[in-house]
Design a protein around this ligand. Structure first.
Ligand SMILES: C[C@@](CO)(OP(=O)(O)O)[C@H](O)COP(=O)(O)OP(=O)(O)OC[C@H]1O[C@@H](n2ccc(N)nc2=O)[C@H](O)[C@@H]1O
Ligand SMILES: Nc1ncnc2c1ncn2[C@@H]1O[C@H](COP(=O)(O)OP(=O)(O)O)[C@@H](O)[C@H]1O
Length: 293
């Protein structure tokens, strides 16, 4: 890519600005079967949250993808933002480079999808900054190569999901307040999906069934059996509202229609637990920002 084109890319609005990578919750999760490759077929409801990591992108003239500061415990080449940027480059032949700054607020491996969301924000924002013009569908397909939860963050809306999470239908969910507890443990998703005790034959349900209260997460029993802090967190939060596991955990959450009730639960829990107060959203703040630049 020549100097002129590099300069043109550098002038695109959005470089050096903070872009949100929101968290998600799985409001329910049913395992309805297993594919030949071992991956599990799910029915799940994703809701976006206003709790975010923040990503900033700086142009790099040398054509390389790098991190301003690697996240402790994650090798730079393995970071999902770096993998997403390199995937975009190899898919499109784009020769531009980027330095990515990640402000990490979302707990890692907590079932809030932070790494997947970071990857999705990287795909969507670099598609814009590098002028690649890939469609949302193309970006979702690229995202699926990075992880089962990446497509929903590119999709950018609360969704009813099937398959391994890639077959998505936009839905509107009441934008309630959410209290989240992050128990002091790290759940290994692969280990939970490999375990003998996991329920794998749930009947499929409809959206109406979910709205009528069918909100079970099929991973809960197995995760609580292996990770005692998750069970304790569900018990602690259940005092205030219906407490459930998100994804394969470790985070557990409860929804509240009134902010005051959610705040009061947070106040009571915060001395014993790591707690977050968040707002459930139907649309991702990522697209709100994209529309503004
Ligand atoms: C089940 C969910 C619900 O949101 O859990 P959370 O990760 O959010 O807790 C996700 O779809 C998880 O997606 P993600 O965290 O990207 O999982 P991956 O890295 O793709 O998979 C980790 C491992 O879990 C197993 N796996 C994952 C997803 C799936 N539908 N079936 C599986 O069997 C596979 O063995 C895989 O190697
Ligand atoms: N940018 C990133 N942010 C968080 N985790 C990352 C990132 N890049 C790679 N990872 C890896 O992905 C794993 C899953 O992270 P995350 O998406 O936050 O959890 P979960 O899938 O449970 O919601 C982490 O434990 C970490 O090893």
């Amino acid at each position: 890519m020549g100097i002129v084109v590099m300069e043109a890319i550098g002038n695109v609005p959005g470089w050096g600005e903070k872009w949100p990578a929101p968290a998600k919750l799985n409001l329910m999760l049913r395992i309805t079967g297993r594919r030949a490759d071992g991956y599990h077929l799910l029915q799940t409801v994703f809701q976006m949250l206003d709790l975010c990591d923040w990503l900033t992108f700086h142009p790099a003239a040398d054509g390389r993808v790098s991190l301003a500061m690697p996240i402790p415990g994650v090798a730079e080449a393995e970071d999902l933002t770096v993998r997403a940027a390199n995937l975009l480059k190899s898919h499109t032949g784009c020769e531009a480079g980027v330095i990515i700054e990640v402000e990490k607020n979302l707990p890692m491996g907590g079932g809030l999808g932070g790494g997947s969301s970071d990857a999705a924000t990287t795909l969507v924002v670099l598609n814009h900054l590098w002028g690649l013009n890939l469609s949302k569908q193309e970006l979702m397909a690229l995202g699926l190569q990075l992880g089962a939860d990446v497509p929903v963050f590119v999709f950018g809306h609360s969704a009813w999901a099937e398959g391994v999470g890639e077959d998505l239908r936009a839905i509107e969910i009441p934008e309630s307040w959410v209290v989240i507890i992050k128990p002091d443990c790290h759940v290994n998703t692969g280990e939970i999906f490999r375990s003998d005790g996991l329920t794998r034959n749930s009947e499929s349900i409809t959206m109406s069934d979910f709205l009528a209260g069918e909100d079970r997460n099929d991973c809960t029993q197995e995760v609580c059996r292996v990770y005692r802090p998750v069970k304790d967190a569900i018990d602690a939060l259940s005092v205030y509202s219906n407490a459930r596991l998100t994804g394969t955990g470790a985070c557990v959450f409860a929804q509240f229609s009134e902010k005051e009730l959610a705040l009061s639960a947070c106040q009571s829990l915060k001395d014993d637990w790591s707690v977050f107060l968040a707002r459930g959203l139907n649309t991702s703040p990522l697209y709100g920002k994209l529309e503004k630049v």
